[in-house]
Design a protein around this ligand. Structure first.
Ligand code: FAD
Length: 459
């Protein structure tokens, strides 16, 4: 009989493992790997279980909850080493106290370091940097599926590239070292545009050479951009800017979305309320939420361990930057058309990120060049899953690339289309590190252990 039902943070992905283990030492993980009777396969590690796909599901197997292995082991001049269950925000705050910072300050502070170094993440790239956390992992230590200790580092860049995309399929990460840098003040400001003005001005806006996160409002043909850039010096101010911005994200906007979806049955009124809040948010962000010298660490959010009424969810696909203007215009039309046909639309907003070319990991979604993403965000109310299936279909047909842990409902054939020859390359590596398929769950079996149609060229 399964031990218990586990769900992800969003409470929409369920796992029924036979055994749940919460190791505090490496030896305990080794014991799990070696004892197949007591700890059945698949063995899946999880950190904070914030993923929106079944990547961490251990149906009938062994779930290894890494959250008790949360020690920061060392901070050196330009690295931090932690156990795999350490939260990203805890690492960032410890670094900040020493005048240092992580390279990619993703909004999700609850991201565990084990997931951060082996899975997909996104944040708008800062000038001269990439936007995927795993690319800054320089040493990853794992317990292999047979219980041995294995290590990946910069002495073998190809193996490290594979490990950074391994999602626990090569073994369980117990320790990781990330590169860090000096803490620098960060400028932040917002600007709003109509869709057409944004598309026309895009070359000029990207030439500013500042990081760009997008807030999209397809039903109003509006866009807001959050710009960020590092500044010189050691003086910091206006932490409250991030506090206000993050409170809206973490609590107010999702609770409001939940409320209107649940209690306002007339869709005209419901979405008028959603649009009105979005107008106010744009007005406040463009008019008040700016700062010349904020701390980059302050942008991270520590979400509650268990989600409540303020929970929200999202999905993501990435597109080549040069094709993005046409895709964006088309996406706004797609959202309106979907609403006309089904009367369903997101009860929050859509976002997107501009992310630099990055071959740090095999499944990098910006492997072939700079990308911009399209990420619908909603409370997950009735109709969300059906919308995502249509959105996935829309995105893959336009050459989109998904993330295995953040793009819900990707079909095996869509993974093939997006990653092309990289699926077969990765499968070879999984077979090498885990010949007996101890770590392989159904989700990855379907997406990685398939024969994709003949290669169509570099994805
Ligand atoms: C509200 C919310 C906001 C978010 N915001 C962002 C954001 O701003 N930027 C962003 O990039 N992402 C964001 N995400 C997505 C999130 O970063 C990813 O889903 C990430 O994988 C979650 O980390 P986790 O520790 O919860 O991983 P989990 O969901 O626990 O695991 C993810 C994968 O990693 C594997 N894994 C976990 N730990 C280990 C380990 N020790 N060894 C081997 N494999 C392991 C799991 O098996 C699984 O395949 C957000 C998610 C939510 C719900």
């Amino acid at each position: 009989m399964p031990a218990t039902e586990i769900h992800n943070w969003g409470k929409d992905i369920f796992s029924n493992p036979e055994v749940i283990v919460k190791p505090e030492t490496v030896e305990e993980i080794q014991a799990v790997m070696r004892d197949r009777q007591r700890y059945p396969s698949p063995v899946r590690a999880v950190g904070s279980n914030h993923s929106t796909t079944a990547c961490g599901v251990a149906e009938g197997g062994t779930l290894v909850d890494m959250r008790k292995m949360n020690k920061i082991l060392s901070i050196d001049a330009d690295t931090i080493t932690t156990q795999a269950g350490t939260l990203y925000i805890d690492a960032a705050l410890a670094l900040e106290r020493q005048g240092k910072q992580l390279f990619v300050n993703v909004e999700l502070g609850n991201l565990s370091m084990g997931s951060a170094c082996t899975g997909g993440t996104k944040d708008a790239s800062m000038p001269g940097e990439v936007g995927q956390v795993c690319s800054y992992a320089m040493r990853i230590k794992m317990v292999s599926p047979s219980g041995e200790l294995i290590e990946f580092d910069e002495s073998d860049p190809k193996a490290l590239q594979y490990a950074r995309s391994s999602y626990g399929l090569f073994g369980i990460v117990y320790e990781v070292t990330f590169k860090v840098q000096k803490l620098r003040p960060m400028k932040i400001y917002h600007e709003g545009y109509t869709l057409e003005a944004f598309i026309q001005r895009l070359p000029e806006l990207t030439a500013r050479d500042e990081s760009m996160m997008f807030y999209f409002f397809p039903h109003e043909d509006r866009i807001m951009v959050e710009y960020r850039a590092y500044q010189d010096g050691d003086r910091f101010s206006r932490r409250w800017v991030w506090k206000v911005r993050n409170w809206v994200w973490k609590s107010f906007a999702p609770t409001y979305g939940w409320f209107v979806s649940k209690y306002v049955p007339w869709r005209g009124l419901r979405y008028w309320l959603v649009d009105t809040l979005n107008k106010i948010v744009r007005w406040v962000q463009c008019g008040m939420l700016h700062g010349e010298r904020t701390s980059p660490t302050a942008q991270m959010i520590r979400y509650p361990e268990t989600s409540g009424r303020s929970k929200y969810t999202f999905s993501i696909w990435a597109f080549p930057e040069e094709e993005y203007p046409a895709i964006l215009r088309d996406y706004f039309a797609f959202c309106k058309d979907y609403y006309r046909k089904t009367h369903w639309r997101c009860d929050m907003l859509n976002v997107g990120y501009r992310i630099a070319e990055d071959r740090g990991s095999l499944f990098s979604y910006s492997y072939s060049g700079k990308v911009m993403t399209l990420d619908p965000v909603a409370t997950g109310a009735h109709g969300w899953d059906e919308f995502l299936r249509a959105y996935n279909d829309y995105c893959v047909k336009r050459g989109g690339v998904p993330l295995f842990n953040q793009t819900k409902w990707i079909l095996p054939e869509q993974a093939c289309q997006a990653f092309d020859g990289r699926i077969a390359e990765f499968r070879e590596q999984v077979e090498r590190y885990d010949p007996e398929q101890r770590m392989l769950n159904q989700y990855f079996r379907e997406r990685v252990f398939q024969d994709c149609p003949a290669s169509t060229g570099e994805a």
